[in-house]
Design a protein around this ligand. Structure first.
Ligand code: F6P
Length: 324
């Protein structure tokens, strides 16, 4: 592989708390290796439109504690086309960028893979998404913070749910994955979690109504993944099928993506950022940095984005055991 002297870094897709800590780590680890670092703004869109700036160590000062991403982000339709990716590759050439570090989720890393193959550019992925849906890593950057945000919100919802004897369906993000829903339900002591991974034919709502509500409980909280109609769908069903219950819906929405990153996410992002530079030094390309049982690993990006990450069935058992 050609010697690396200059790298580009970008964040893409949905922002996640801890992305700034990762930008800082990648930038500083590269500079301490005497490499040049270009910050690419607004993800793939910015690469296509030449929104590129030379970074120094000062460019990433005072950001480790900030949510969002100082590099901004975007969801780019243009980059989904070979023509768009060709323009992006031209920008990389213009700045003599030898390798690219991409911080993002499933879609962003898939895009990175395509660019790498079509234009022979070494790419390292860092998993940054609140959804925690990338295979091979125990946690993605932003997931822990979002989980804690959800739990804080659900604790508050419980106060009002109890006061009014109501069932609350609380909808959380996660796209196609139920990690946020399942683990926030356990952490907040919710009566049930409805997640897309539960593929049994069992009607999850009927199970909850039959199992989760007992006489001594005058209120309930059900955490619902946003997929397949989300909380509204289940609330409408209860109104029709079990009209004796007083039901409310709370959709947490984008507040789940904001806020200061937790200490866990800052450490994870710092470790992964340093590891991304180490990976490039070792000649790795087209891999995602992963931490699996506290061991740093490189997972081929193609694998990380294509293989479904399973939910540990033990979590479902814990939920069912404790929600009696
Ligand atoms: O992938 C992160 C995520 O927050 C998902 O949980 C959610 O489905 C989606 O992004 C929302 O996207 P947007 O911010 O573009 O509405």
């Amino acid at each position: 592989m050609a010697k690396i002297e200059t790298i580009g870094i970008l964040t893409s897709g949905g922002d996640a708390p801890g992305m700034n800590a990762a930008i800082r780590a990648v930038t500083r680890a590269a500079i301490s290796n005497d490499w040049k670092v270009y910050g690419i703004y607004r993800g793939w869109e910015g690469l296509i439109n030449d929104e590129v700036k030379l970074f120094t160590t000062e460019s990433v000062s005072n950001i480790i504690q900030r949510g969002g991403t100082i590099l901004k982000t975007a969801r780019s339709d243009a980059f989904r086309t070979p023509e768009g990716r060709a323009v992006a590759a031209k920008t990389l050439k213009k700045y003599k960028i030898d390798a690219l570090v991409v911080i993002g989720g499933n879609g962003s890393l898939s895009g990175a893979e395509e660019l790498a193959h079509e234009h022979d550019i070494p790419v390292i992925g860092i998993p940054g998404t609140i959804d925690n849906d990338l295979y091979g890593t125990d946690s993605t950057i932003g997931y822990d913070t979002a989980l804690n945000t959800i739990v804080e919100c659900v604790d508050k919802i419980r106060d009002t749910a109890c006061s009014h004897n109501r069932i609350f369906f609380v909808e959380v993000m996660g796209r196609d994955a139920g990690f946020l829903a399942q683990n926030s339900a356990i952490a907040a002591g919710a009566e049930a979690a409805i997640i897309p991974e539960d593929k049994t034919d069992i009607d999850q709502l009927a199970t909850f109504i039959g199992h989760g509500i007992r006489k001594s409980k005058n209120s309930s909280i059900v955490i619902v993944s946003e997929k397949d109609g989300g909380a509204m769908h289940y609330a409408d069903r209860v109104r029709k099928e079990y009209p004796e219950y007083d039901v409310r819906v709370s959709i947490l929405g984008h507040l789940q993506r904001g806020g200061k990153p937790s200490a866990f996410d800052r450490i994870l992002a710092s470790r992964m950022g340093v590891a991304a530079i180490e990976a490039l030094k070792e000649g790795q390309r087209n891999v995602m940095i992963a931490i699996d049982q506290d061991q740093m690993r490189y997972i081929p990006i193609a694998k990380a984005v294509k293989i479904d990450k399973p939910i540990d069935p033990e979590l479902l058992t814990v939920q069912n055991t404790l929600s009696i």
